[in-house]
Design a protein around this ligand. Structure first.
Ligand SMILES: *Cc1c(COP(=O)(O)O)cnc(C)c1O
Length: 351
């Protein structure tokens, strides 16, 4: 820390992303990216932008915004495109939150954004089975943010529970972070016309194979979206670069490709879940593109290390209640086969 860092930032604890090793030999199952390349049309779309890179991009990202709106069945004025969904969350916290409530075990960025925005927050414990107890958010009178499915547990809330939270907090925004929704949860997008306090956040990083492009979006009532534009235009009006906007648009035009990939991931998830359970693991019933698992036979940190030394990266969180677990991104058939082989090796004490 330099002596110039302001006092208000001196105690900031930044988010620690999963490792992004320079060495590409690892089987990378640690940050929930897609194992599949983007659709081929993305290359053509990006190439067409090269000459135009000398110009600033469209600050509204209109072409991409309109496409998202039409696919989601909402008006373009109900959509804002952001630099990753992390930016949508940051804008929303900045715009709407005087105080926040979110689960004690969830996406690690929520407390970090709360701290940098200096918003007090309450961490609501998950139930013993790691499910989100909607009753604990009823009438809480704070801005609520819930990842659905939640990370790193993979568990979902039903839409009726989300509606209870929305109805009982009419004076607060309820943010539903749907980073993993394409792998089996029900989307709350269909509720945005019914609840003017609902903001749904989605991303291109997981199911759409584009974590490197940094694209996300938020959908909600027009007035909420207008407020997010105010924050965006006060911080980073050109938040989406031309290449990413073009890539995102092309990706949405080949929606079938991503849907098929998501189906494949779901199939691999179920097979890997079964294989882990057959090996005695406890595995949550994840509806995301990752599994959350623990074994009585090996501690979570140790399993992470043993897998890493065998060339497989998973994620371990050194945190109360989940220290025994690892989170495993679901990859291709081949990757999952190697992963399970390595697990067997480790449990049998082989090298
Ligand atoms: C991955 C993830 C995001 C953010 O992804 P971006 O790459 O910033 O779009 C947001 N929320 C959750 C719960 C995530 O796991």
């Amino acid at each position: 820390m330099s002596r110039f860092l302001t006092k208000r930032h001196s105690s900031l604890v930044p988010y620690v992303p999963g490792e992004q090793p320079k060495n590409t030999d690892y089987i990378k199952l640690n940050t929930n990216e897609s194992p599949f390349a983007p659709d081929e049309s993305v290359l053509t779309a990006i190439s067409a932008q090269i000459e135009l890179l000398r110009l600033y991009p469209d600050p509204e990202s209109s072409v991409l915004t309109d496409k998202i709106a039409s696919l989601c069945g909402v008006k373009p004025s109900q959509v804002i495109v952001t630099n990753g969904s992390d930016e949508a969350l940051y804008f929303a916290f900045t715009a709407f939150a005087d105080s926040l409530a979110f689960p004690d075990i969830t996406y690690g960025f929520y407390p970090v954004f709360a701290q940098i925005c200096r918003i007090p927050y309450e961490e609501i414990p998950l139930c013993d089975d790691f499910s989100v107890d909607a009753a604990r958010y009823v009438g809480i009178n704070k801005t609520v943010v819930i990842a659905n499915p939640n990370a790193p547990t993979g568990l979902c809330l039903e839409l009726c529970d989300i509606e209870r939270i929305l109805q009982s907090n009419p004076d607060n925004v309820v943010i539903i972070d749907e980073a993993y929704v394409d792998f089996g949860a029900q989307s709350a997008v269909k509720l945005v016309d019914k609840y003017n306090n609902l903001l749904v956040v989605q991303t291109f990083s997981k199911s759409r194979s584009m974590a490197g492009a940094r694209l996300g979006f938020a959908i909600g009532d027009e007035a909420l979206i207008a407020d997010l534009h105010t924050i965006k235009d006060s911080t980073n009006p050109y938040n989406i670069n031309r290449l990413s906007a073009a890539a995102g648009y092309a990706a949405l035009c080949s929606d079938g490709y991503y849907k098929r990939n998501a189906e494949k991931i779901k199939e691999n998830r179920e097979n890997t879940k079964k294989a882990l359970r057959d090996l005695g693991f406890f595995v949550t019933d994840s509806k995301a593109n990752f599994l959350f698992a623990k074994s009585d036979r090996i501690e979570g940190g140790k399993l992470y290390e043993e897998l890493k030394s065998r060339g497989v990266l998973v994620r371990h969180f050194n945190k109360d209640r989940i220290r025994d677990f690892v989170r495993i991104t679901v990859g291709t058939d081949e990757q999952m086969r190697i992963f399970i082989d390595k697990i067997k090796e480790i449990l049998e004490g082989r090298q």
